[in-house]
Write a protein that binds this ligand. Sequence first.
Ligand code: FMN
Length: 377
Amino acid sequence: MNSIVKKILPEQQVDRLRDARLFLRESGASRFVTSAQTAGMKFASQVKPLASAYYALVSSKFQREERAVLLGRAKYHQELQENDANVFLMRRNVHRLEKGLLMKPRRPVFAKDYILETVNVYRKIVAEPWRSAENSLDSLRWGYDVLSEYFDAVAADPVVDRARAVFEKCPPPAEACAANRDRIPYLRNLAEDPVSFEQLEQLAIKRRSVRFFDRKPVPRELLDKAFTLAGLSPSACNRQPYRFLVYDDPAIVDTVASLPGGTIGFRHNIPVVVVILGMWDAFYSEKDRHVPYIDGSLAAMSFSYALETLGLGACIFNWPDIEAHEKRAERVLGLKGYERPIFFMGVGYPDAGAMVAYSQKRPLDVMREYNAPIVAD
Ligand SMILES: Cc1cc2nc3c(=O)[nH]c(=O)nc-3n(C[C@H](O)[C@H](O)[C@H](O)COP(=O)(O)O)c2cc1C
């Protein structure tokens, strides 16, 4: 029930209102409205244009996502046209080159469709690193090493040679060393397992959503260790289209913790709030619109495990797509239109005297199915 109503009315009145609402929900009129709505939705879902019309005319629930996708695409394409550089394009293309280099068997010439584009975006970022979000040299060294390896590996070809000429004019990024390419595809040492299944299982069993924390401040060194580990997570085309916004200043933590609804009852004791922010300017097409959610969530899971090994605990707070919440978050956090929270997390030292939920997991036989029937293609 609306929290304002709960605050202003005496408890008895609130109970009466709740009863009346339940009565209405069970009434014939309410059932009629619900079944009419269901029939409308079923009808609209039969044909794609009707479904689109439904979401254009009847419901505006997808509008925020549509806007973020469109704004992100506009920024991406604008950066291609102007003398600017989209770091996500560089990351994606350098990774495509990596995949070409490790392919078995490796083709004598590959990447002809995008090698010029790759070299051009790399050239712009090397020339003016501050124009891209990537101000660390790490990505540039990776780009330099992979491009150098690529040009050494591929056979002569007019397109490749044009790209090579552009690349050779670029100054190598600081600390890059042509003789020591250490950021290129390599063979892993499979002989050593850093952790056993049992150790990982123990970690997974121990990790639980922690909602009550000690008042102790959380050292940023520990948080940064966990973020660095989170950054090792897999990500579609290695773009990593997310950022972690971290709030540990007691003067603002409560405001940020109040943005998601799911912190009621314990938000006062959360020492650190992290916003996992999706970046929709990483994509040239709508087809990748779900990637920020996927990649951000994978990183958040690694982050949770890392925290656990450091003696810290965390709880994810849901970020359902609610217009008023989105607007408030955009304003309070100063977000761009192509940036949207994926979810929030509370982090801190667990209060040893506070319980965690048992949260029974679904049985193996229900959650996995081998060789589900398929239709031959
Ligand atoms: C996407 C997502 C949203 C969640 N939102 C909330 C939330 O708003 N408030 C909360 O207290 N817990 C939230 N949780 C925590 C879940 O309730 C919890 O992960 C689940 O019950 C399983 O328990 P466990 O994490 O202890 O294994 C969320 C978890 C996920 C993954």
